[in-house]
Design a protein around this ligand. Structure first.
Ligand code: SF4
Length: 88
């Protein structure tokens, strides 16, 4: 694991996380597992919908694997932004 001085976070100005169909979250997904499988709590359930706080994302990829409905559109942040690890 890289020491913290080798890890940088470049601010992301575009959305890189989205929900394909919010109705699935509301009507079919009983336990809202994204609210606990994400280690940094990007996903929170407020006012009967998923709230996304992408600034918390550490790009671990749990979103892609964890949603039982494949309902999370997660991509790496564009243009070299987001989490950057310097080697050497
Ligand atoms: S786990 Fe997937 S379907 Fe369930 S609330 Fe989260 S994003 Fe929606």
């Amino acid at each position: 694991m890289a020491p913290m001085d080798q890890v940088q976070r470049i601010p992301v100005t575009e959305a890189f996380i989205d929900i394909y169909d919010p109705a699935i979250c509301l009507n079919r997904c009983v336990n809202k597992p994204c609210t606990y499988f994400c280690p940094t709590q990007v996903y929170q359930w407020w006012d009967n919908q998923i709230a996304i706080d992408q600034e918390r994302c550490v790009e671990c990829g749990a979103s892609v694997m964890g949603c039982p409905y494949g309902n999370i559109d997660w991509r790496y942040p564009p243009g070299g932004t987001g989490v950057v690890i310097k080697h050497g």
